[in-house]
Ligand binder design. Sequence first.
Ligand code: M6R
Length: 626
Amino acid sequence: MCGIVGYTGARPALSIVLDGLHRLEYRGYDSAGVAMVSDGELLVEKRAGKLANLEKALDELPSGCGMAEGTTGIGHTRWATHGSPTDRNAHPHLSRDNGIAVIHNGIIENFAKLRVELEAAGIEFTSDTDTECVAHLLAEETAALDGGGRPEQRLAEAMRRVCRRLDGAFTLLAVDARAPGAVVGARRNSPLVVGRGTGENYLASDVAAFIEHTRDAIELGQDQVVLITPDSVEITDFDGRPAAGKDFHIDWDASAAEKGGYDCFMLKEIAEQPRALADTLRGRLGASGEIQLDEVRLSDQDLRDVDKVFIVACGTAYHSGLVAKYAIEHWTRLPCEVELASEFRYRDPVLDRSTLVVAISQSGETMDTLMALRHAKEQKARVLAICNTNGSSIPRESDAVLYTHAGPEIAVASTKAFLTQLVACYLVGLHLAQVRGIKYADEVSAVVEQLQAMPSKVDRVLETMEPVRELARALADSRSILFIGRHVGYPVALEGALKLKELAYMHAEGFAAGELKHGPIALVDQGTPVVCVVPSPAGRGVLHDKVVSNIQEVRARGARTIVIAEEGDEAVVPYANDLIYVPRTPTLLAPLVTAVPLQVFACEIAAARGHDVDQPRNLAKSVTVE
Ligand code: M6R
């Protein structure tokens, strides 16, 4: 979703802001813009499309126009919600007198009413966005405060007054030509962090924007306004009462957000999976064999009282939840339901204080998941978050947290986050089973040992991916690719299809293998590629044999079968046009190895089709609107 950067200090702001916007590109966007305060003037440039379009426009400005000299500025990458992605709708948006510039992430839900009021007062809008009304409201409020206090304090007070009138989710930044050296920010239900420098300060939607300049950060709390100048950071609530954010130190380095020699972030992140798994598992077994979560604001008794588990998540995180259901039900004997976060609260789920809701999210800011979490809390359910982003909204609002230590995931398509979410889900299942007395410490340790073997197994999968890449190139012109699996192989099939849709813009669907004969098998035609995820023959023989029968069914109808099976599984050989072997793994943990070839497959097909693998069209990394 939209990326936001603000800077004030002694250095030229433009290059710092543009660098920050580049680092936020991974969030997904379709236009970009900047506003610089220079010599008492506000200079704005914005363009539809990629940052290169904006940079070209900036290069064409007359030298000495002041844009490159200003030491205070804001910048924005926009992912369109209200109004199409055009130059005119790109941020920043200006007040009528061109004195105030505003950038925004989120949705102002009452903007239509505010716009009517402003238009009735004679203001002409120059865009179709919800954001523009904030620029006009800020101008009205600063004018009303004229004569009272310093210009930067007036801007901050105006922001507080405006925020009190806004409904919805927003991160806002504003600069005022009359307040050089100041950037004012505000947040509600959308992230905003301050980066503290020496003689300079930063604001951004996430720390990636300023990590090369400072590691000292402050996470702004809900409904707070911040005023930064080169030497100060002042935080208040929306009513002007002094407030504090949450100080933290950024512990990953800037190179973690660089491509490190890979052609794209996705390839780098696929390769990082063994390390990400090892990091997520590190230190999880306590002295007496109990699983360690990261933050626990729940007692063991609370967990013993749980009589039902709900998992809520979106996209890839939802698929990790679907796998978790098998493990949690098997290990804890508690009923576990998995629900798309965007659907959860609309069907009035039955929740109470003995329900445990597990919210899974890489970013920790996905609005659908956050709203599902809040609904669960309103019904008094306990919430446990599985998240990759320290200090983000979802873990902050949860009763317990298990962080996946995948490091920053930049590519829009989730890979290492998925694998680490699976590990985190297994750990949560084991923790519940242990606290509830269903598994003994030695049984838990035995599964943890199996998990600890997974990083090297994933490593082995990665070493054998060249045939998968070749196959992907050969199938790059396919019209459609189907994926089938049973048990934990079914969510893997869904995930394989999602990866292909989002990266290759190709029709792809995942099915429960047994469901094929109830309709989807009609899609199978001569040469249709069908990827079949086969369970271990060692684990559950019946399951394995059923999937082998399903492979025969699609082959009999002309499918080209691409079979992912365990090393040594000879039974699949006669029915596989293409065979991808993965290391032997206990059935419940198998998705950790079977998902990897599907990531590589989708990435390679997308590259062969000439797509931007890291930033697929229409998508955003962090979806902060419902
Ligand atoms: O940040 P989250 O894990 O909450 O994001 C959820 C989905 O938006 C995300 O997994 C999405 O489906 C990915 N682009 C899939 O690769």
